[in-house]
Design a protein around this ligand. Structure first.
Ligand code: GLU
Length: 401
């Protein structure tokens, strides 16, 4: 199987052909502006010294300062962070915000660290990146297993709240940032079901029950949709009658997992992906639908709330099965969009109401969906390629080469 970065570059090559992209722009976008690897020594609670590896990749800043999350995950490596930073470049341009693409990560399992070890790691990461990140240079945010609290610690370490987004409200965060990824995806969802005339009793399956997946599930549940299965890192549950998401959320909070929730059958993550359903929302990690399982996917629509969950080979298989993929660079762009609002509020010393944030978010998501839908129809291409074409054309118009 190709790596995440190889997948990303394959998507770029394909889209650049469709977009008839200037060859120098393509060349420039085939490598990141800069990547940094750092070693972060931490004195653990036990007294032992451990050294963790961290990365920051600054991919492209044609549209504005580099922007993108930092993840804490045991599988994180440079290749993954490069891919994610490239996708951030495309994502910011898809929604037309004046920011470029970056991403960071630390190779660590944060679940086995104490709160004070996490704080030391967060401060240690920022100490190594001083001068390289900052409000006008590169503005990080949360990603997999990093939280608003971690952003507050990092912003404190650098001494500027505008240098990080996704902070708690009391530390200069924006109202609505916590739910923005899921809400943005819901706006895309509303548009998609309107075009595809899906009904409220469509069966929805959600892989991943973290910040994106759990909030997306809750928004859909509150809007009256039927979610028949969800999963987390420990496994998956299914109930043909639909899950009461409020109860599942409580259960997960008490037990640490969705597994063994009442009146459900426990299945594997693989089985969840292959369930008979209308909508499959991928809210976990990259490379989940590959050429190994794409043939078994039964959903009509695949929603990518995670970054890079469908490989290019799988994309082709899904296309041949007439399964519509709503790509990550559009579907999950609500998070970075409200990060942009937070950054603006910090810089201008403002604080916007939740209504203002959500109205602006909705406008941007609807407009981006419509643009991509039109490109897809006019050029007869899939939504991912249409999103890439839209993003690449904007970057091409601004890039100085
Ligand atoms: N980590 C999120 C993403 O992948 C948010 C990035 C941001 O807010 O800068 O889009």
């Amino acid at each position: 199987m190709q790596t995440a970065y190889q997948n990303a570059m394959e998507q770029l090559r394909k889209a650049s052909e469709i977009a008839e992209l200037n060859k120098d722009v393509l060349l420039k976008l085939q490598s990141p502006d800069r990547f940094i690897q750092v070693s972060i020594p931490i004195r653990m609670d036990s007294g032992e010294l451990k050294v963790f590896t961290g990365y920051r990749v600054q991919y492209d800043n044609t549209m504005g300062p580099y922007k993108g999350g930092i993840r804490f995950h045991s599988d994180t490596d440079l290749d993954e962070v490069k891919a994610l930073s490239f996708w951030m470049t495309i994502k910011c341009s898809v929604v037309g915000i004046p920011l470029g693409g970056g991403k960071g990560g630390v190779t660590v399992d944060p679940k086995v660290l104490s709160e004070s070890e996490i704080e030391k790691l967060s401060r240690g990461y920022v100490k190594k990146l001083k001068g390289i990140i900052g409000r006008d240079i590169d503005v990080p945010a949360p990603d997999v297993y990093t939280t608003p609290k971690i952003m507050a610690i990092m912003a404190d370490e650098i001494g500027d709240k505008a240098a990080f987004t996704g902070k708690p409200i009391e530390n200069g965060g924006s109202l609505g940032r916590d739910k923005a990824t899921a809400l943005g995806a819901f706006y895309v969802f509303e548009k998609a079901i309107e075009k595809l005339s899906l009904s409220k009793d469509s069966k929805i399956v959600i892989q991943g029950f973290g910040n994106a997946g759990a909030v997306f599930a809750k928004i859909l549940f509150d809007a009256g949709y039927s979610i028949i299965a969800v999963s987390d890192s420990k496994g998956a549950i299914v109930s043909d009658n639909g899950l009461n998401i409020d109860e599942v959320l409580k259960f997960k909070e008490n037990t640490g997992s969705v597994i063994n929730f009442e009146n459900t059958k426990t299945i594997t993550n693989q089985e969840l992906l292959e369930l008979d359903c209308d909508v499959l929302a991928l809210c976990a990690l990259e490379n989940q639908v590959t050429d190994n399982n794409a043939n078994n996917i039964k959903a009509k629509i695949v929603f990518e709330l995670a970054n890079g969950p469908v490989t290019p080979e799988a994309d082709l298989i899904l296309k041949s099965k007439e399964i519509l993929v709503l790509p990550d660079v559009l579907t999950n762009a609500g998070g970075v969009t409200v990060s942009y609002f937070e950054w603006l509020q910090n810089i201008n010393n403002e604080s916007w109401s939740l209504e203002e944030v959500n109205t602006k978010l909705k406008e941007i998501m609807y407009k981006s969906f419509d643009e991509i839908y039109d490109i897809a129809k006019t050029k007869d291409i899939d939504f991912r390629m249409a999103a890439f074409v839209s993003a690449l054309k904007r970057i091409e118009a601004k890039m100085e080469i």
